[in-house]
Design a protein around this ligand. Structure first.
Ligand SMILES: Nc1ncnc2c1ncn2[C@@H]1O[C@H](COP(=O)(O)OP(=O)(O)OP(=O)(O)O)[C@@H](O)[C@H]1O
Length: 259
């Protein structure tokens, strides 16, 4: 690991019964880049994201965020170290406004003490102002500032996915994990997503994304890691990975096996 590495994973292994979903995976993600994890269906991408975010722990290995070991830490402890994530399925509160949804996420990641809540202290009012400001900034970044007072269900599907990103951003993370951010998006919507990811990178946020749309990944990522049957089979610049015979075989071979 170097000072430039924000995520350092070593030997990350996850089994489900007899199935080895992650087989001793190593990953080094430098600060401030867009890193993609790709691979055929069932290759272990989401399992890796879950292990990194603490949503579902690995059985063995070491995972460091900015040098701190997070293996087996609970998700909220990992979030406090600056890591936020989105999920494949949309998880918003439909009875709250767009802004309220983001404020809830911001508040969850910086809880006030029960004491200050009961006494309604100046500190609490300051925190509320900070939460509102963080939420509005997050909506601004994803281009939803104008929809703050709408309900999430009034947004088109692609914007609901951007709202998920805004919720993750509300905790001001240094690392953002995106699980299938372009799922269900058309070409124009995917381009908006790419702009948003570029903006995040411009703000110094390290983005790690799992994505099925390989063309989209190749356009936005600085580095790509490829999983196949739980093993990392390739990693590097998009142009190198695309030409890697192991990667071509993983995709084509899998397609042929399913044909
Ligand atoms: N909770 C679980 N219980 C049992 N097996 C699981 C569980 N979660 C994942 N798996 C298995 O682990 C393997 C990796 O799954 P994972 O969802 O990480 O793959 P993926 O690359 O994200 O797939 P996809 O591209 O289809 O989303 C698959 O064989 C999957 O069936």
């Amino acid at each position: 690991m170097t000072d430039q590495t924000i995520i350092t994973a070593r030997g990350v292994t996850r089994r489900f019964g007899g199935l080895v979903a992650l087989d001793s995976v190593d990953l080094d993600v430098p600060h401030g880049i867009v890193q993609a994890i790709i691979g055929p269906n069932g290759s272990g991408k989401t399992t890796l994201l879950n292990a990194l975010s603490g949503a579902s722990h690995a059985d063995a290995g070491s995972i460091r965020i900015d040098g701190k070991e997070i293996f087996r830490l609970r998700p909220h402890r990992i979030a406090r170290l600056g890591l936020a994530r989105t999920f494949q399925n949309i998880r918003v509160f439909s009875n709250l406004t767009v802004l309220e949804n983001v404020k809830v996420a911001a508040a969850c990641n910086s809880p006030m003490s029960m004491f200050s809540i009961m006494l309604s202290t100046t500190t609490q009012r300051q925190r509320e102002t900070e939460i509102e400001s963080a939420a509005r900034q997050a909506l601004e970044i994803v281009g939803l500032a104008g929809r703050a007072d709408d309900r999430p269900t009034q947004l088109p599907y692609a914007q609901q996915r951007l709202l998920e990103i805004a919720r993750a951003l509300a905790s001001k993370p240094s690392v953002l994990l995106l699980d299938e951010p372009a799922a269900g998006m058309n070409m124009t919507e995917s381009m908006t997503l790419l702009d948003t990811i570029a903006k995040l990178k411009g703000k110094g946020i390290t983005v790690l994304l799992v994505e099925h749309n390989v063309r989209l990944v190749m356009g936005i990522s600085d580095r790509v890691a490829v999983l196949d049957f739980g093993k990392k089979i390739a990693e590097g610049a998009p142009s190198d990975v695309q030409r890697n015979p192991l990667v071509i075989e993983a995709y084509l071979g899998r397609r042929h096996r399913h044909a």
